[in-house]
Design a protein around this ligand. Structure first.
Ligand code: COA
Ligand code: ZN
Length: 313
């Protein structure tokens, strides 16, 4: 049974686009519940400017109060040196640096050209100096909602520049759900060929209903690490038309049904997923939490028992 590793991003990517502030207590309780499900990693929060992402302005407090379960890595999103210093101070297990492969999205999201982001993030890698593992999330790798197509070679070029700095992993993000399975197949083949020594993670949004098809294409192409968000919440507030990540529970349920080892206790996972509508105050897109697992059967109607009696007579 092939092992698949999940990183839960509900309290970061999931919450950052929500309009109503979610209480710090609620965030801490949610991360603690997530920690009991069997995830490999949890992206707890981001150390971004509180003006840019007001929802996550309580990052220090959340990191300080969560209960850390051995074997689970607690990672945080970091856009610059100031964020990296805050993340180290908060004892994050990993720094997840972020920049976009699209110049327009980088300017919208991080307020600087890509070259300036890269220089700042290279400074972060040098400052961290191997004390904490570094991952880099590259946004808009399968298309930019403002520029359109992003060439696969452009993604490989930025990935290569970070690989040369000695980062541990790369997350290839489909920020606004523009990827399709054939494109994913080509991308993961190239990535694994060039970056065989790195942890490679795929991050999909289900904006156009292709999320799980893309997960499947990536798994069948050899990828073993995915980001997902409980309930299918999420989106970048600085990417027009952004919507939810793939629902973690839907993706994990699918892979489990297919015989992959996700390490996740699906009963516990669904119990947590079913709390999401109350936490955010609205319906969420995830489907398995509503429908139940494929093994959750319904009683047959009384008419069936009657018909069974008639036909066996
Ligand atoms: N943590 C806390 N505060 C920060 C910070 C950080 N990581 N980075 C910058 N700031 C503060 C500065 O101290 C400054 O505060 P002041 O005005 O009170 O002095 C203010 O933010 C502006 O700093 P500046 O360096 O000019 O940043 P900016 O306004 O150009 O914004 C980013 C750049 C990257 C910090 C900001 O765009 C950001 O945090 N973006 C994150 C976007 C995001 O997370 N998107 C979703 C995920 S893909
Ligand atoms: Zn995302």
């Amino acid at each position: 049974m092939k092992r698949i590793y999940f990183n839960e991003v509900a309290t970061r990517d999931g919450f950052q686009i929500e309009p109503e502030f979610i209480a710090t207590d609620t965030k801490v309780a949610l991360v603690d519940a997530i920690s009991e499900c069997g995830y490999a990693k949890v992206e707890v929060t981001s150390f971004t400017s509180p003006r840019a992402i007001s929802m996550l302005r309580d990052a220090e407090e959340v990191m300080g109060r969560i209960r850390r379960v051995p074997g689970v890595e607690y990672t945080v999103l970091v856009p610059n040196l100031r964020g990296a210093e805050r993340a180290l101070e908060a004892r994050a297990d990993e720094l997840n640096l972020v920049m976009s492969t699209s110049e327009t999205h980088n300017l919208a999201n991080l307020r600087m050209p890509r070259e300036k982001s890269f220089a700042a993030l290279a400074d972060v890698v040098r400052m961290v100096d191997g004390r904490t593992p570094v991952n880099v999330s590259l946004s808009t790798c399968f298309g930019c909602p403002m520029e359109g197509a992003v060439a696969q070679d452009e993604v490989l070029r930025w990935a290569g520049r970070f690989a040369a700095l000695g980062v541990r992993g790369l997350t290839i993000c489909d920020t606004t759900g523009m990827a399709h399975p054939a494109q994913v197949g080509r991308m993961v083949a190239a990535l694994q060929q060039v970056f065989a020594g790195l942890q490679l993670t795929l991050h999909f949004h289900n904006t156009r209903g292709m999320g799980l098809a893309n997960v499947l294409a990536a798994v069948q192409g050899g990828i073993a690490r995915f980001d997902g968000s409980l309930g299918g919440l999420g989106g970048c507030p600085y990417a027009p038309g952004a919507s939810g990540n793939i629902s973690s529970e839907d993706a994990i349920h699918m892979l489990d049904a297919m015989g992959y080892d996700t390490g996740i206790d699906i009963g516990k996972l669904l119990a947590v997923a079913r709390r999401m509508p109350e936490i955010v105050g609205h319906e969420v897109p995830g489907q398995v939490a509503k429908a139940g697992r494929i093994t959750d059967l319904h009683p047959a109607p009384a008419s069936v028992a009657q018909l069974q009696k008639e036909f066996s007579a």
